[in-house]
Design a protein around this ligand. Structure first.
Ligand SMILES: NC(=O)c1ccc[n+]([C@@H]2O[C@H](COP(=O)([O-])OP(=O)(O)OC[C@H]3O[C@@H](n4cnc5c(N)ncnc54)[C@H](OP(=O)(O)O)[C@@H]3O)[C@@H](O)[C@H]2O)c1
Length: 289
């Protein structure tokens, strides 16, 4: 069945917003962008009737409970949004026989590997947010084996809250900043991820068999400290940035030391050339300025 109407959840999030900005480039699709006032993932039991009324030909779920530290205490809500509702969306897609793309995270892994996580690496989340995302993956796949999961990491965008915007603000306001240097990962520009998601939709629409788990992150790897220094140099800010260790910056939810995702599967299957994170960071900061 050709895709005509695409339902996108989480319209006000980083990824949802980037998708909404590029919808004009895909005039062959009617893209319906919904926020929590229309589709509320804290209420999985409400989803079927609302979505069947919309009658989409594909669902892209960018909405998620992403407050990593708060998830340690708001467990029921985080599980409803990230697991129960993702399962329900998968059920709906299965019944309608339509593609379902949802997003997951590097936090489903142990965080102590020494080589990039592949799409086959065993899940072993180290905090509650990660465990809700891992449950969402497993429950959705069990309900609908055609579910497509794209895991990503360290997302930034001109829109919404993220490390890049926080660091720019802090470096303007403060004389000294302490940033952890023993956590390694791959930053991801939400616009690049949105692009890849639309490439995936085009491939599915062209009849390519796509299902299961994919990883998407920008090329290259870095630490939060090096990332902050890069932002500082692009912005020409003079704040003193010190490198500290994770043990000196305790947070309610544990953070992974090593979070590098291997992205070769999506590059190969979609013939994607993923930009380096420094190139995309520059593009994002240029837009912000
Ligand atoms: N951000 C990252 O660094 C990161 C890293 C790895 C993976 N991911 C995953 O990538 C995907 C996209 O993330 P993102 O960075 O775009 O997230 P985001 O900017 O935090 O946006 C998440 C969106 O979900 C919405 N939402 C939260 N609870 C909801 C509910 N009950 N019903 C409906 N909508 C709800 C939020 O609505 P409001 O705007 O109303 O709050 C927000 O617009 C998510 O699956 C996330 O888990 C993100």
């Amino acid at each position: 069945m050709a895709i005509k109407k695409i339902l996108v959840t989480g319209a006000n999030g980083q990824l949802g917003w980037e998708l909404s900005q590029m919808a004009v480039s895909y005039p062959q699709y009617e893209m319906i962008f919904t926020d929590r006032s229309i589709i509320d993932l804290s209420k999985p039991e409400t989803l079927t009737s609302i979505i069947n009324e919309m009658a989409p030909d594909a669902i892209i779920n960018t909405a998620a409970y992403t407050a990593v530290d708060k998830a340690e205490t708001e467990k029921e809500l985080a599980f409803a949004v990230n697991a129960k509702s993702v399962e329900q969306l998968a059920v709906i897609a299965n019944e309608r026989k339509i593609p379902f793309i949802t997003f997951s995270t590097d936090y489903v892994f142990t965080g102590n590997a020494t080589a990039p996580y592949t799409t086959d690496t065993a899940l072993a989340p180290l905090n509650f947010y990660g465990s809700t995302k891992a449950d969402g993956e497993r429950m959705a796949t069990a309900a609908n084996p055609n579910t497509i999961i794209i895991r990503t990491s360290w997302v930034f965008s001109v829109h919404g809250n993220n490390f890049v915007k926080s660091m720019i603000r802090f470096m303007k306001e403060r004389d000294v900043l302490n940033i952890v240097s023993d956590q390694k990962g791959r930053p991801t520009y939400a616009k690049d991820l949105a692009d890849a998601t639309m490439q995936m939709i085009l491939a599915i629409d062209a009849g390519k068999n796509i299902k299961g788990v994919y990883h998407y992150a920008n090329q290259g790897e870095t630490t939060w400290f090096e990332y902050c220094k890069k932002i500082q140099s692009i912005m020409g800010l003079t704040c003193q940035v010190n490198s500290i260790l994770t043990v000196d910056f305790p947070t309610p939810a544990k953070r992974p030391g090593y979070s590098v995702l291997a992205t070769d599967k999506i590059e190969k299957e979609l013939s994607l050339a993923i930009p380096h994170w420094e190139t995309s960071l520059l593009e994002c900061i240029n837009k912000l300025s």
